[in-house]
Design a protein around this ligand. Structure first.
Ligand SMILES: NC(=O)C1=CN([C@@H]2O[C@H](COP(=O)(O)OP(=O)(O)OC[C@H]3O[C@@H](n4cnc5c(N)ncnc54)[C@H](OP(=O)(O)O)[C@@H]3O)[C@@H](O)[C@H]2O)C=CC1
Ligand SMILES: C[C@H]1O[C@H](OP(=O)(O)OP(=O)(O)OC[C@H]2O[C@@H](n3cnc4c(=O)[nH]c(N)nc43)[C@H](O)[C@@H]2O)[C@@H](O)[C@@H](O)C1=O
Length: 322
């Protein structure tokens, strides 16, 4: 494509840059705020969903016109696990297209210098060769359980590319693997597998239950990354990367859902049995990403799955458990 990959040094040098973290109360947004504050950034622009609905175009335009951020990290989205994606496909495509279109276009028109778009590993074809390289995008059919969400995310990547190619605007995107950590969504049905199981095992332990139901066959393979590692990677890419192609962000370690369930069970301390509900969908059989491009730039993850689970369960006990 037309634009070369270049590096940028404007981001970390200026600790007073006005950085708008959209979605700062969510899993990713809150980790980004922690990371940026630790690094000494003093001018974070934060607006909760109740104060600014990013699906509302005129409100988003007014917000950018008033506050004029220098940098935008777009971590606001309609997000959920396999059940939520499968049950609310209209919401997943519409809300995500609205949020990202409003934020990207307003950021461009109001002089934002750099924008970071977060996609997801579900953008890749269901049967992409593993580990999945960035080039696999748009080479085959998507996984049906999250097709709507994936199509919105692909549109976000392409918007960033389009604005870079046409206007040389510095919009970059990263595709994280399955994430977990503090401020995750622990909803019993709509969450992702890791927080969903953590809650179910915890409640079963407290109530002295003998069994916990786990969805699907347990055979699918997933790659998990602690959100603090993701936040570190995002800041790293903001500093080091300015290219047209999206960048995979994974841990490089995959586990089966059965292995994950056993590990969460152990960390939580539930001593009963697992019962597999095979009426629930498995989703993509495998989605290990190839993160060698990011590794080549000099970034590697630090938090093991076991350590990350222990940290997340501690957070759950302190913040979610009543
Ligand atoms: N979690 C994961 O495993 C992965 C996430 N990602 C990507 O990372 C990004 C962040 O995800 P994550 O942190 O997990 O999601 P969360 O659901 O934890 O956070 C999303 C945030 O966006 C806000 N938001 C949603 N809709 C609107 C709206 N209309 N207006 C304003 N704010 C809104 C939410 O506010 P409120 O809660 O008040 O609605 C929330 O603060 C997303 O782009 C997602 O695709 C990528 C790969 C994996
Ligand atoms: C991040 C990613 O997340 C989603 O894709 P997913 O990886 O399939 O998501 P998941 O975490 O919900 O499930 C992973 C696996 O785990 C099994 N599973 C067992 N028991 C529970 C359970 O209790 N809850 C859930 N949610 N899943 C369970 C489940 O049946 C499946 O086999 C998409 O939103 C997609 O859009 C996306 O981007």
């Amino acid at each position: 494509m037309a634009c070369p990959n270049t590096t940028t040094d404007s981001f970390t040098l200026d600790k007073s840059a006005k950085i708008y973290v959209a979605g700062h109360r969510g899993l990713v947004g809150s980790a980004l705020v922690r990371k940026l504050q630790t690094l000494g950034f003093t001018n974070l622009l934060l607006k909760s969903h109740s104060d600014l609905d990013l699906t509302n175009q005129s409100h988003v335009q007014n917000f950018f016109s008033t506050h004029k951020p220098d940098v935008v990290i777009l971590a606001a989205a309609k997000v959920g696990g396999i059940h939520a994606n499968n049950t609310y496909p209209a919401d997943f495509i519409t809300i995500n297209l609205q949020i990202q279109t409003n934020v990207i276009t307003s950021a461009f028109h109001h002089g934002v210098k750099k924008l970071f778009f977060l996609g997801s590993s579900c953008i890749y074809p269901k049967f992409a060769p593993q580990p999945i390289k960035e080039e696999s995008l748009l080479t085959g059919p998507l996984e049906p359980t999250n097709e709507m969400y994936a199509i919105a995310k692909i549109a976000g990547i392409k918007m960033c590319q389009g604005y870079r190619i046409q206007y040389n605007w510095d919009a970059i995107s990263a595709m994280p693997t399955n994430l977990y950590g503090p401020n995750d969504n622990f909803h019993p049905e709509n969450s992702h597998v890791l927080p969903g199981l953590m809650r179910r095992f915890h409640e079963a332990k407290v109530l002295g239950k003998k069994e916990v139901v786990v969805w699907g066959t347990g055979a699918p393979l997933r790659e998990f990354l602690h959100v603090d590692d993701l936040a570190d990677a995002v800041v790293f890419l903001m500093e080091k990367y300015s290219g047209v192609e999206h960048v995979n962000v994974g841990s490089g370690v995959e586990v089966s859902i059965k292995e994950l369930a056993e590990l969460v069970k152990e960390v939580v301390g539930f001593e009963g049995e697992l019962v597999w509900d095979t009426s629930k969908p498995d989703g993509t059989p495998r989605k290990l990403m190839d993160s060698s491009k990011l590794a080549g730039l000099g970034w590697v993850p630090k938090i093991s799955l076991r350590d990350g689970l222990v940290d997340t369960y501690k957070w759950y006990l302190e913040n979610v458990e009543q």
